[in-house]
Write a protein that binds this ligand. Structure first.
Ligand code: FMN
Length: 198
C-alpha cells in the first residue's frame, strides 16, 4: 500500500505535521510505503487546461504520484482562511479520476485556531469533486503547537498518530474496483485520464 503525504505549504510546519502522521502509519504497519512531498519543492507550472497527460517535468512527476498512491494525507496551511493557491493548482492539474475511491486524511496548520472549520467547508468540497473518501476527523495545528524546529504539542501528536492509523485501516478495506464504492458520478466535461479507475 502506498501512502502519499502532500503539503501545500510554502514553509515547513505543515510538512512536519504530515511526516508525523506518515511515521505513525509506518509504525502501525511497516509494509506501508510512505512518501512525504512539499509542493513548493517542485517546479510545477500553472494549470493551463491542457490534457493532464501532456504535462512534463515536475508537474508530470507529481501528477503521477497522485495517480499511483493508494491513499493520501493532504495538508495545507491556512492562507486567507482556506488552502493555499499552490495546493489548488495541483488539484487543477491532476486527472479527474486520479483519486477516485481513495481515502484521504486532512491536516491543516494555521497561525491560530481561527480557521479550524475551513477543512470542512473549503478542503472537503474540493476533495468531493474527486470522489474520495475523506477520513472523518482531521488535524489542525496552530503556531503554539510548534517549537522552533518541531511539532511538540502532545495532543496534536496524538491526533496525528490516530489519523495515521485510521488512514491505513481505511485503505486496507478499499477494493480494487473503486467504482463499486462511489455513488453516481456527477455531470462533468470529459477529460482524458492517465488510466482507467480500478
Ligand atoms: C499569505 C498568508 C496567509 C495566511 N493566512 C492565514 C489565515 O487565514 N489563518 C491562519 O490561521 N493563518 C494564516 N497564515 C499563517 C499560516 O497558515 C501558518 O503560519 C502556517 O502554519 C504556515 O504553514 P507552513 O509552515 O507549512 O507554510 C497565513 C500565512 C500567510 C503567509
Amino acid at each position: 500500500m502506498k501512502l502519499l503525504g502532500v503539503s501545500g505549504g510554502l514553509s515547513r510546519k505543515t510538512l512536519i505535521a504530515i511526516k508525523k502522521a506518515l511515521d505513525s502509519a509506518k509504525r502501525y504497519d511497516n509494509t506501508v510505503e510512505t512518501e512525504a512531498i512539499s509542493l513548493n519543492e517542485y517546479d510545477i507550472q500553472f494549470c493551463d487546461a491542457r490534457d493532464p497527460n501532456k504535462y512534463e517535468g515536475d508537474a508530470r512527476l507529481v501528477i503521477d504520484k497522485f495517480v499511483e498512491t493508494d491513499a493520501l494525507l493532504l495538508g495545507t496551511p491556512m492562507y486567507r482562511g482556506t488552502y493555499t493557491g499552490l495546493l489548488k493548482n495541483m488539484f487543477d492539474l491532476i486527472p479527474n479520476d486520479a483519486l477516485l475511491g481513495k481515502p484521504v486524511g486532512m491536516i491543516a496548520t494555521g497561525g491560530s485556531d481561527h480557521h479550524y472549520l475551513a477543512l470542512e467547508h473549503e478542503m472537503k468540497p474540493l476533495l468531493g469533486f474527486f470522489y474520495v473518501h475523506v477520513i472523518p476527523g482531521s488535524v489542525y495545528a496552530n503556531n503554539s503547537h510548534y517549537s522552533e524546529s518541531d511539532l511538540v504539542d502532545e495532543g496534536i501528536l496524538e491526533q496525528l498518530d490516530q489519523l495515521g492509523r485510521a488512514i491505513v485501516n481505511f485503505a486496507r478495506i478499499i477494493p480494487d474496483d473503486k467504482l463499486s464504492i462511489v455513488g453516481p458520478l456527477g455531470p462533468s466535461i470529459q477529460r482524458k485520464s492517465l488510466k482507467k479507475p480500478g
